[in-house]
Design a protein around this ligand. Structure first.
Ligand code: SF4
Ligand code: SF4
Length: 201
């Protein structure tokens, strides 16, 4: 995976008069954070382990959201390549919940049926949440199986490319073939979280 130059949705300059200036407020309300307080200091992108593989990086997404450039933010690779590690929030001088923003933007991208910036990674998120929905927590073997299933279009080479590593991990007891499940009402409560656009893709 390499850093790609961002291909904007249009060859024309972005028409700022069409921007949705309420977007940052809407995102901030759901993610429980204030995007308008962003200083564009880039500390988040400086600490982000995935920044070399993103088009905008977290600081760029914050800027797009504040400017109301919703479509650019929702179709970026950045929102899918964020691994939710919260390093950005730890270094942000304004304590912005950036990982929470990324979560919301992924859901919005699917809900609005916009082009997904990184389809295999979207399918990885989907496989993870499907496994969590079944068991209350992710099963690694099932997660890998589901991801292969959801990305069948990659062809036989991609189906088998991790097989040797998988067998090695099983032999080293790093992978358990049988999933462990959250018991009782907890599993039902977790299941309720995995709803909406994730189930329709
Ligand atoms: S670290 Fe915080 S304030 Fe600085 S650019 Fe990132 S989100 Fe904005
Ligand atoms: S939570 Fe996402 S954006 Fe923030 S540092 Fe981690 S990968 Fe980067």
């Amino acid at each position: 995976m390499n850093r790609e130059v961002k291909k904007f949705s249009s060859q024309e300059p972005i028409n700022m008069s069409a921007s949705d200036l309420g977007f940052a407020k809407q995102v901030g309300k759901v993610a429980g954070t204030d995007l308008n307080s962003c200083l564009t200091c880039m500390s988040c992108s400086g600490g982000c382990p995935m920044y070399p593989y993103m088009d905008y990086g977290p600081h760029g997404i914050m800027r797009l959201a504040v400017l109301g450039l919703k479509k650019e933010a929702l179709t970026s690779t950045t929102i899918w390549r964020c691994v939710g590690c919260h390093t950005c929030a730890a270094v942000c001088p304004m304590a912005i919940n950036i990982a929470g923003v990324m979560d919301y933007l992924r859901e919005e991208c699917l809900a609005e049926k916009l082009p997904v910036g990184d389809v295999p990674l979207m399918q990885f998120h989907r496989a993870f949440l499907t496994s969590v929905r079944f068991h209350g927590r992710a099963s690694k073997v099932e997660l890998m199986g589901l991801h292969k299933l959801f990305t069948l279009g990659g062809g036989p080479k991609t189906w088998m490319q991790d097989a040797v590593l998988g067998v090695k991990m099983i032999l080293m007891r790093k992978l358990h073939l049988l999933p462990s499940r959250v018991s009782g009402v907890g599993r039902g409560q977790i299941k309720k979280f995995v709803t909406g656009p994730w189930r329709s893709r």
